[in-house]
Design a protein around this ligand. Structure first.
Ligand SMILES: [Zn+2]
Length: 202
């Protein structure tokens, strides 16, 4: 019986054959280790897959994804990824990669009770509370949610700055550039938010 995922295994066989055709040593080379150039924190949304959108190859981007690309200071999962990326892999660029049309951000705004996820979305409700006046002043609901998506990305950049890992890296004089990006799946384009402020030293 054919299910919805068998096609992925077929795709995989076809993909690896094509890769090997172009570069016979492609997979062999990956076994020697990884030297990714960036850590990316993105949303779990199926429409935003960073490798596809950014055209990155295997080994180029170290990735962590969760609902609404949140940096939570109690999240050992993300903090471990961040520490490994910075201290072991020596990554100097960290990208918070949010996206317009984010269901997690929308659910936080609408304050729907969904269950366990409400606790996670509370991180975004904090962002809403901090920017309530600005958000309330935006009449169009679509525009308001777009702005909240941007504010959420900027808030997570700030949260990154507050992590012990970031602070330790700064104290040690390491280079760590934080990038606030928002992907628009309606157009395929990635927008850069306030690069001049975001790129400045802490
Ligand atoms: Zn999302």
């Amino acid at each position: 019986m054919k299910d919805n995922v068998t096609k992925f295994l077929q795709n995989n066989r076809q993909w690896l054959a094509e890769k090997q055709d172009i570069e016979p040593q492609y997979f062999q080379k990956l076994t020697t280790g990884q030297q990714p150039v960036a850590l990316l924190l993105g949303c779990s949304d199926s429409r935003v897959s960073p490798a596809v959108v950014l055209g990155s190859d295997l080994g180029e981007i170290f990735v962590h994804r969760n609902i609404a690309n949140v940096v939570a200071h109690s999240d050992m999962n993300f903090l471990s990824v961040l520490q490994y990326a910075v201290e072991v892999l020596g990554i100097e660029d960290v990208i918070v990669y949010g996206h317009y049309g984010c269901g997690g951000v929308k659910a936080a705004w609408e304050d729907d009770a969904i269950g366990l996820i409400d606790n996670w979305l509370a991180h975004i409700k904090d962002v809403i509370a901090r920017h309530q006046a600005e958000l309330d002043a935006i009449v169009d609901e679509h525009d308001r949610l777009d702005r909240l998506v941007e504010l959420n990305v900027l808030a997570q950049i700030e949260n990154l700055r507050q992590t012990s890992i970031y602070r330790k890296a700064m104290k040690a004089g390491k280079t760590l550039r934080l990038h606030a990006w928002v992907y628009d799946f309606a157009s395929g384009k990635v927008n850069v938010l306030e690069p001049e402020r975001m790129m400045s030293a802490a």
